[in-house]
Structures are given as structure tokens and as C-alpha cells.
Design a protein around this ligand. Sequence first.
Ligand code: PGA
Length: 259
Amino acid sequence: MATQRTPIISGNWKMHKNHFEAIQAVQKLHYRLDREDHESVVVTVHPPFTDLRSVQTLIESDRMKISLGAQDCHWEDQGAFTGEVAPPMLAKLDVAYVIVGHSERREYFGETDETVNKKVHAVLAQGMTPIMCCGETLEEREAGGAEAKVEGQVRAGLAGLGGDKVGSLVVAYEPIWAIGTGRTATSDDAQAMCAHIRRTVDEAFGADAAARVRIQYGGSVKPGNIAELMGRDDIDGALVGGASLDPDEFAAIAQYRLH
Ligand code: PGA
């Protein structure tokens, strides 16, 4: 029997919204989502660090079913790392999901497969769930190297983990050319790469991990294209940037099963 993977829709706010704006957005999102939505899909929001405490308090006091996420972290528990945030600090704020290795971090902030791997281990060690990002550039795709690039990122980013841990986490496939460009991968291309990621996990970590690991697609996801993407076998969710900033749009994405 096929493993049932609970779909997961995540909103990556990037460097948008101060803590007042964050509270308003999460309140609005909460009103848009009902019990059935939360029973059928996990919804996570990933505000900037300065908003986390406010959003955590709101989620807790109103007993919201929205899960709190962060956009990055360091891999050490503490230390002389000016400007960084440690995984235990996030865990203390009831952060449940941490995005690791987003292509913007890799491109602008020197993130490597090695640091991504350290962060994945550190996030899991705190009982949180990593959303590990991977994806190819347009040049890599046009040169026919997309599969090899993504496979390499998945193997390196998850290196040293047991199959049980890999089965519990989330991999986000985000073709870099589709991020913030309005250009979505076709559902065929997205499905093909997500299937390749699952095969890679199968080879490296076993069939059980491959059956359980949740794979998101990311890159210009909108209310109008989510249903088709979610209809594909190996796509279990979405990592949403721009469209997650508007609670109405993001709620419509989380309610993809209705349209
Ligand atoms: P986008 O961003 O939805 O704005 O393309 C996706 C992401 O970077 O996670």
C-alpha cells in the first residue's frame, strides 16, 4: 500500500514584514483556514527572525493550527558567531520547521552543501524539521545537468543521516529560474525532478525513507497552478515565496483541493 504523506504548504516570507505586519498576516491567514484545511494539509509560515516571538505568542494564545517556521539558522548551539541564530533558540520559540539551503542563501551568502548538511543535522538534533532546498540554474538545465546537480545536492545535504531521519524531513525542489520570475516549471518537469529526488533518497537511504520523505515544489507557485502540481504523484507540497505574503492568496494555495 502506498504511504500516505500529509501535504505541506509553506510560506517563505524572505525579508518582508515587521512583527506588526506579521501578526496581522497570520491572523488573517488563520481566519481563512478552517478545521478541514488543517486536517488535510500542514501549513507553515516562515517570517523573519525578528517576528518569530510575536507570531509564536499569537499562535499559542489563539491555539492556531498554523506551524511556525524559520528561514535559516546556524549549525552550532551557541558561540562567537556574530549575527547568527542558533537552533536551540528557535526550538525554544516552538519553531517546528527550518528552511535550510535556500538558493538565495547559497547564491548570496556562501552557503555550501557542507554547511547545509551541518544545519540539517543541527535542526534535527533540536527536534525540528528541516526543509532542505535544492534546485538547478537555467544554464544547468539547458546544458542537461539538472538531474545531476539536484541529486548531488540531495546526497550531500542529507549525508550522514539515518533513513528514519530522512523519512521525517522535507526536501524542497526549487528550480532557481522559477523563483520570483513568474515562470513555473511545468507540472511534468516538476514531477520528473521530484520523482528523481525520491529515487535518489531510495538509493541512498532506503525504500522506507523514500516513501515517507515529503517533497515540495517551489518557484512561482500561485492559486492558479497549485492544484495541478499537487495532483502529481511525487509532489507533496509547495514552498511559496511571493504569493505567501498575501494571506488571501496563501490561503487559496493551501486550499488547493477545493479548486
Ligand atoms: P516564489 O519563491 O514563490 O516567489 O517564486 C519561492 C521561494 O523562493 O521559496
